[in-house]
Design a protein around this ligand. Sequence first.
Ligand SMILES: NC(=O)C1=CN([C@@H]2O[C@H](COP(=O)(O)OP(=O)(O)OC[C@H]3O[C@@H](n4cnc5c(N)ncnc54)[C@H](OP(=O)(O)O)[C@@H]3O)[C@@H](O)[C@H]2O)[C@@H](O)CC1
Ligand SMILES: Nc1ncnc2c1ncn2[C@@H]1O[C@H](COP(=O)(O)OP(=O)(O)O)[C@@H](O)[C@H]1O
Ligand SMILES: [Mg+2]
Length: 281
Amino acid sequence: MPTPIIVAKIEILKRYKPIAPNTHKGIQGHALLIGGSYGKIGAMVLGSKAALKTGCGLVTVFVPKCGYEILQTTNPEVMVLTDVQEKYISKIEYDFTPKAIGIGSGMGQEIITQNALHAFLIANEIPLVIDADALNILSQNKGWISILPTKTIFTPHPKELERLIGKWNSNREKFEKTIAFSKLHQLIIVMKDAPTFIINGDTIYENTTGNAALATAGTGDVLTGMITSLLAQSYEPIDAAILGVYLHGLTADIALPETGYQSFIASDVISNIGKAYLSLG
Ligand SMILES: NC(=O)C1=CN([C@@H]2O[C@H](COP(=O)(O)OP(=O)(O)OC[C@H]3O[C@@H](n4cnc5c(N)ncnc54)[C@H](OP(=O)(O)O)[C@@H]3O)[C@@H](O)[C@H]2O)[C@@H](O)CC1
Ligand SMILES: Nc1ncnc2c1ncn2[C@@H]1O[C@H](COP(=O)(O)OP(=O)(O)O)[C@@H](O)[C@H]1O
Ligand SMILES: [Mg+2]
């Protein structure tokens, strides 16, 4: 197994691009987040707010109709497009060209949603982050993985990873299988765990930020918004994954003295992204 590259501040500063004084929201990039279903619109509320707070200029969400008022009320900075269906996504349509797309958080796995994902993947050429139910749907339809743009970023937690690559009998086998999967499909795999590893073919990165405060609902949905935002800001996919995971963990390290482990929630990741950036200098 290759020795992991340790991702500490020095590795991040090689990749981090400070904001140009004369930038504008168009230059900062437009992220599209697709997902949500009845009862899980919160995943999109969290992801879209995280995307804005990570610095892209514009964020649009595509959600089932039941998400419209929720998003417009909770996140007035976010633009909202809705599916024709009330409770789940059935046909993904939008009339602009986003710089990056994140798909899957809270999306559910209805058959009609699976078909909508397939049609979307066939038509799409824009850099992608794939999370949660979009990963689960791909696990059940492995042939669709070959349609993805190269360097698409997958963000599985351990169970989602197992659904994709099958069971492993040792830590070593987990890495071997994930590396083989990454190479076969030319994907970047964010192996979310404690700590999180990022696999890019034979190269393994080990993140150094984060703590058990992150073991709470919605922190993965937030991470998807953050990485999609960085992709929309023209970071290379591997840099978006590395920087996104680092900043996400850093928010929990910064917040811990005030929140403790138990009271930290996904919204606290979002409210500490600013301090995480400031700590980069
Ligand atoms: N507010 C909202 O709208 C929210 C919406 N959400 C949305 O809900 C959808 C379902 O997502 P999900 O991850 O809860 O379900 P699923 O894929 O079945 O995984 C659970 C299984 O995985 C395992 N497991 C997980 N982590 C592990 C770890 N670190 N290490 C080891 N095992 C781990 C866990 O194990 P066990 O509990 O058995 O120990 C269990 O078996 C998805 O669309 C998501 O975006 C959520 O984000 C919540 C907030
Ligand atoms: N004990 C822990 N230490 C560090 N990070 C953790 C810990 N538990 C969870 N995390 C992080 O929290 C996030 C959880 O993601 P996920 O399971 O997809 O949550 P959700 O789907 O509820 O949003 C991942 O980034 C994971 O690495
Ligand atoms: Mg998740």
